[in-house]
Unconditional design. Structure first.
Length: 192
């Protein structure tokens, strides 16, 4: 009987040892797998942050180019805020600076319906047309004045008119002679 009691105890010790070794091996395997998964998770979070930053930077560039093209309702303040959040983009900032330089002096080109570079060509064409009309009117006026000038020049008394414009009198005009005596003032004497 004593043997059977010790045999049960031996079996229990053997089973306990096998379970302990199995649990240790399983713990090591799962711990190393969890550690590898944790490292992958950290790498994935870093990649996601980088991708998110890149996405925000691309959104900034898109907003800038839409603003330039007049396809967005964005304001300069919103663009500056996005620039502060994303750090900006040199190419987009250069394009925005070039756009501001182009539209300087042409603020009337933007309307509530049409903004950005979409409005600039129509505005410039209409402005050039108005300037051409005024130049044509000035040329017509110049031609009519030249015709009047040539008509005046062909008149017989044209020399008299030309001289009167230059404030020099014709030589045939009589000169006033200086044969008058100068006036003298009576002298007063003081009575003593």
């Amino acid at each position: 009987m004593a043997r059977s009691e010790s045999q049960g105890l031996q079996v229990a010790v053997i089973l306990f040892t096998m379970l302990t070794v199995g649990l240790a091996v399983a713990t090591y395997v799962y711990y190393s797998a969890a550690d590898a998964s944790f490292k992958k998770m950290v790498e994935a979070e870093a990649k996601a942050k980088t991708a998110n930053d890149l996405q925000q930077k691309q959104a900034y560039k898109v907003k800038v180019y839409e603003y330039i093209q007049g396809m967005s309702d964005a304001t300069e303040a919103e663009i500056e805020q996005l620039k502060g959040l994303t750090g900006g983009d040199p190419a987009a900032e250069k394009a925005l600076a070039d756009y501001k330089k182009m539209v300087t002096g042409h603020e009337a080109a933007a309307t509530p319906n049409v903004k950005g570079l979409q409005a600039l060509p129509d505005y410039l064409v209409s402005t050039i047309g108005a300037k051409n009309k005024s130049i044509t009117g000035l040329k017509d006026t110049e031609e009519s004045l030249n015709k009047e000038k040539s008509a005046i020049a062909s008149m017989p008394n044209a020399t008299l008119l030309r001289r009167s414009r230059t404030n020099s009198w014709p030589k045939s005009r009589p000169r006033i002679s200086s044969s008058r005596k100068p006036r003298t003032r009576p002298t007063r004497t003081l009575a003593s």
